[in-house]
Design a protein around this ligand. Sequence first.
Ligand code: SF4
Length: 400
Amino acid sequence: MPIRVTDPLTGDTITASLTGSALVISPRFGESYSFDRAARLLALFRDGRSYQRTLDHRVLGRLSGRNGPRRRELPPEEALTLLERSFASLEALRAALPRLSLSAGDFRLLADALDRVLAFGPERLAADGATFRRLYKPVSILPPDQYLALVLQATQGCSWNRCTFCGLYRDRAFRALSADDFRAHCAAVRDFFGEGITLRRGIFLADANALVLSMERLRAIFAIAQEFFRLPQGPRPIFSFVSAFDVGRKSAAEWAELHELGLQRAYLGLETGDDALLRFLNKPGTVADAIEAVHALRAGGVAVGVILMAGIGGDRYAEAHVAGSVAAVEAMALGPGDQVYLSTYVSAPGTEYDALAAAAGIRPLSAAEMEAQRQELQARLRAVAPQTIVAPYHVDGFAL
Ligand code: SF4
């Protein structure tokens, strides 16, 4: 049961929810703090603004925009001031506890939570962020339903890394960890999260295309991941991106075996159902490969997440992009466990797409045109995949 009590001195209503996988403490109306069970601050709301504290210890102010949430990273001094004010407020609440009308049990629960939270203040949080940065290469992106996943970097980078619009992994070469290195990574991840692991749901096997590895390597990776993070009721579900082009390297029986080992859903960044646009983007494979890939995965019991990108291809490809994407998703015959996500094109620094599009005489779509295309895709995809979630995917400003 959440705790709710009024401070007789200030009149503030204090609430706390301390028994779930996250701790939430609100010293007064309009101010609240969320922590994982290791007492690590993850989010806060105060002065009418909400903020995310990322695991690598940046503080992002959330702004809502016409095209979904946007975030602003606070400069370090501003972030530190915000954290210091927040922890001062929690310290004041700790000092106020004796005057509150709490049962002995609630007093102990709240006092214990506040003591742990206060022991994990700004200095320790900064050190924790440094540990996270040593443990992980930057986690460039996750599917939107995986933001609370336990990320394990079995591979680093993208095995293709040549799509002209994508700058997610240009900073690293593709590399697979050896079994020993992956075991060490899992041990370090377990130690880093501590009790906070209860907030993490499935495992997300990163980075971009870990499922391209051979069955022999994947069997070892899945076994090690489950050895560390298996749930009491069975294998912890595993999720990962896969390039549609690479799915055919494994048989339906092998996908079924990976499903038995925990693989729940594979996410395919298809971007478009138009072959000409795929070639222009230098994506590997064809639309037919993607449809076959979805059928092979689903035959093995693995659900799929298909990601399409509104706005890509500008005015030149707009009609074929929408028609091809709708036809491709229809041919995939998706079911209730599958998902379709619609991102919107955002220019990534250091990538070639904008210059190539300009050289080809392609007019980029305006923000309003991209949004109209996203909405058209959403409506038509919902009609051809009525059992499947079709949802927006705000890739800009992703942070773990
Ligand atoms: S879009 Fe996907 S396949 Fe292409 S380079 Fe980026 S991560 Fe790799």
